[in-house]
Every structure is written in structure tokens, then in C-alpha cells.
Design a protein around this ligand. Structure first.
Ligand code: 1PZ
Length: 215
């Protein structure tokens, strides 16, 4: 049967996935990180097909990471830390321009990492927003302060146009499926520190190895 009902899900579960990314030794578990992204893509798809060009790219990057994990050396990709070490030690990263390794784990994950910064900024704006705040403006501001600087003009243009199609704040909160506005704000307050932590640790890892500008 093709009429399986689309199961309602809550953004809370998605954001909590990022909490489970962190090991006791502050490493980031690749599978949990990727699962967090799967959930975000599902959420984005529920916002409408105008965002599908964005989710297609995210799905593509998720798939690249899954392929690394399922590959012969999948165990080397268990955490982001082990991935960076393995790929650098074995010259599996294109450092100057995309050439032999256009789909390295390092460069692919960097794109998701930058997008996580957008998410962090956007959710923080949502959390502290008021009734008359516009989601499209919050989204655009978060984008301009993060991802936009890494995107070509044409992508910035398309993204900014898509943001205008975002539902208003009240409807957006409903889509999150967390409950009342107060509950959404409380949930964001709980979940944000984990997203920030995951972002910070990844940023530091990439900075240490000079990987923040990978082509
Ligand atoms: C809630 C509304 C969703 C807003 C999403 C905000 C992000 C806009 C990103 C626009 C991406 C456009 C498509 C393709 C971009 C790619 O060129 C880049 C660079 O990859 P490369 O070309 O170097 O391989 N891809 C990215 O920057 C990754 C973008 C992932 C976006 C995931 C958004 C997740 C949204 C979660 C919603 C809660």
C-alpha cells in the first residue's frame, strides 16, 4: 500500500538527536550527527516543496556520509575526530581544489557544519522572537550571518526567495509540533546548548587541522 500516513513528529526529537552525538570524551558520533540531519530534512520537507532544492542537497550530503560509514573503512568514520585523522593521514582530502577526492567526508561534513551554524542562529532568533517577528526575516538574517558567505550569488538568490515562502511564526511553531509557544520556547532553551556544543567542537576540530575552507 502506498497510503501509509505521514507520521507526525516533533522537532524536539530531532534536536535531541544532537544531544546523543557527544561521547564522554567529547567526540562527535557520525551516525547520530547524520541522524540529526535526517530529522531536520524531514522537518524541512514538511514545510513545502519550495524547499526541496535545499533538502536535496542536504540528502545528497547525508548519503555521502552514509556511504563512507558503510564502506570498507567505515569504522574509521565512527566519529568526526577519527574521520578527520583517517582522511588526512591517508591523503583523502582535496585541500586546494576539488580533484581526486571531491566527496571526502571532511569537505562534505563541513557543508553540514556550516548549515548547523545557520540552524543555531535561526533557532535562537525564534526562541527570543515576539509575536510580530517574521520568520522569513529571522531566517534571512541567520543565513546572511552564516551560510550566505559560502554560497554563490545564484544560490543566495534562490535561498532568499525560498525563505519568503516560510509560514508565519505561529504556523511555524505549530509545524514544530511541540505544543504551545511557551513549550516551544522552553524546548529550544533546552536543546540549543547541545547544538551549540556540537557546533563548537566541530569548529575547533576543523580549525586545528586548518580545514575550515575546504573546497
Ligand atoms: C526552514 C527553512 C529552511 C532554510 C534552510 C537554510 C539553508 C539554505 C541553504 C541553501 C542551500 C542551497 C542548495 C545547495 C547548496 C550547496 O551548493 C551548498 C554547498 O555545497 P557544495 O556545492 O560545496 O557541495 N550546500 C550547503 O551549503 C549545505 C546546505 C544544507 C542545508 C540544510 C538545511 C537544513 C534545514 C533544516 C530546517 C530546520
Amino acid at each position: 500500500f502506498d497510503s501509509v500516513p505521514v507520521e507526525k513528529f516533533s522537532l524536539k526529537e530531532v534536536l535531541i538527536t544532537f544531544q546523543s552525538c557527544l561521547t564522554d570524551s567529547q567526540e562527535i558520533v557520525t551516525d547520530s550527527y547524520v541522524n540529526g540531519w535526517r530529522g531536520l530534512v524531514r522537518f524541512m520537507n514538511s514545510l513545502g516543496s519550495i524547499f526541496s532544492f535545499i533538502s536535496k542537497d542536504a540528502v545528497n550530503k547525508i548519503q555521502i556520509m552514509v556511504t563512507h560509514r558503510n564502506g570498507e573503512n567505515g569504522d574509521k568514520y565512527e566519529t568526526l575526530q577519527s574521520m578527520v585523522k583517517y582522511e588526512l593521514d591517508n591523503n583523502l582530502v582535496d585541500l586546494q581544489r576539488r580533484a581526486e577526492h571531491p566527496e571526502s567526508g571532511c569537505r562534505t561534513l563541513l557543508r553540514l557544519h556550516r548549515a548547523l551554524r545557520w540552524l543555531e542562529l535561526f533557532l535562537e532568533k525564534l526562541r527570543t522572537s515576539t509575536e510580530d517577528s517574521k520568520t522569513s526575516v529571522m531566517c534571512t538574517d541567520a543565513y546572511n550571518d552564516s551560510l550566505a558567505q559560502h554560497h554563490a550569488w545564484i544560490i543566495r538568490k534562490a535561498a532568499t526567495m525560498a525563505f519568503c515562502a516560510l509560514p508565519g511564526r505561529a504556523a511555524f511553531f505549530q509545524t514544530m509540533n511541540v505544543g504551545s509557544t511557551e513549550q516551544v520556547v522552553a524546548m529550544l532553551g533546552e536543546a540549543m546548548p547541545f547544538i551549540s556544543k556540537v557546533y563548537e567542537i566541530t569548529e575547533e576540530l576543523y580549525k586545528q587541522h586548518n580545514l575550515l575552507e575546504l573546497p
